[in-house]
Design a protein around this ligand. Structure first.
Ligand SMILES: [Ca+2]
Length: 266
C-alpha cells in the first residue's frame, strides 16, 4: 500500500485523519494470512481494492463483513472510508487540494471540499452532486453505527460532514438558481449569484437539520483534533473558520437565513 509521508505538522494531522479514511497503514498486519475467506483475508482484499480506487468492490466486501461482524468499529470505519472514496473523498486528492489551498491562503472554506469533489474548478453537475451526496450519507450513517467512536472516527465524521454540508448547499443553490450544475468554491458561488441575493426559503426542515448536524460533527472533530495535538492546530482552525462562516451567531442552529447570509457574503 502506498502511504504519503513527510508533511509539516498540519499535514501530519491531516495524514492521521486521511490514512484512517483510506485504511492506510494497517494492511500489512494481515500478511501471511492463510484462509482467503477469513475476516482478516477479506479485510485485506477490501483494503487492496480501496487502494486501487475500486471502491465498489471494497463496499461489497466490507458490507458482507459488517453483516457478519455487527458492531465491529474497525470494519465500520473502513466501510465508511470506502463510501467516502466512492464520493471522491480519497486521501490523495483532498491532501493535494488542501496543500494547494494552504499555500494560497485559501483553506478554511468551501473550496477545500469543492475542489476535492468537483472538477479542477470545483464544478459539479446535479447528477454528480446527488450521487456523491448518497455516498457521503452512507459514509456518515455507517460511522454513526460505531458506539463510543474514537478520535480518528470523530475526525473522520467531521471531514465527511464538511463534504455533506458543501453538497447539501450545492443542491440548495441549484434549486434556488434553477441550474443543473454548481461550482462549489467561494468565487464560483459568488459568480453564479452575480450579486443577487440567495433565497433558501424553500429549504426543507430535513435539509436544515442535516446541516445543523454537520456543524455539530465539525465541532466534535475540532475538539478531537485539539485533544490529539494538545493545542490548536491548522486543520482544526480550518474547520472552525468554515463553521463560523456558516453558523451566524455561532449558536449551533442553522436557518435558511444563515445559509443566505453565508452565500451573500462570498
Ligand atoms: Ca445560527
Amino acid at each position: 500500500m502506498t502511504c504519503l509521508r513527510s508533511f509539516n505538522i498540519r499535514f501530519a494531522i491531516a495524514m492521521l485523519v486521511l490514512m484512517a479514511l483510506a485504511g492506510c497503514g494497517d494492511s500489512n498486519i494481515f500478511e501471511g494470512v492463510g484462509d482467503k475467506n477469513s475476516k482478516q483475508a477479506q479485510t485485506e482484499q477490501a483494503l487492496i481494492a480501496m487502494d486501487d480506487g475500486d471502491y465498489q468492490t471494497a463496499i461489497n466486501i466490507l458490507t458482507t463483513l459488517v453483516q457478519n461482524n455487527p458492531g465491529d468499529a474497525q470494519l465500520l470505519q473502513y466501510l465508511s472510508s470506502a463510501y467516502a472514496g466512492a464520493a471522491g473523498l480519497d486521501t490523495l486528492n483532498i491532501l493535494t487540494v488542501i496543500n494547494q489551498l494552504d499555500s494560497n491562503g485559501q483553506s478554511g472554506n468551501i473550496d477545500m471540499i469543492g475542489l476535492a469533489l468537483g472538477n479542477a474548478n470545483g464544478q459539479l453537475s446535479s447528477e454528480e452532486v446527488a450521487a456523491k451526496l448518497a455516498n457521503i450519507n452512507n459514509a456518515i450513517a455507517t460511522l454513526n453505527l460505531i458506539q463510543n467512536p474514537n478520535s480518528d472516527q470523530t475526525i473522520q465524521l467531521g471531514v465527511l460532514s464538511m463534504a455533506h454540508f458543501s453538497l447539501s448547499l450545492g443542491e440548495l443553490i441549484m434549486g434556488d438558481l434553477g441550474t443543473d450544475e454548481v461550482t462549489l468554491t467561494e468565487q464560483g458561488i459568488h459568480d453564479q449569484y452575480g450579486g443577487n441575493p440567495a433565497d433558501f426559503s424553500a429549504a426543507s426542515p430535513q435539509t436544515l437539520a442535516g446541516i445543523e448536524q454537520d456543524i455539530a460533527n465539525m465541532n466534535a472533530a475540532v475538539t478531537s483534533l485539539n485533544a490529539i495535538s494538545g493545542e490548536s492546530n491548522d486543520l482544526a482552525q480550518d474547520i472552525l473558520d468554515f463553521q463560523s462562516a456558516i453558523d451566524q451567531g455561532a449558536d449551533g442552529q442553522i436557518t435558511s437565513g444563515d445559509l443566505e447570509h453565508y452565500v451573500d457574503s462570498l
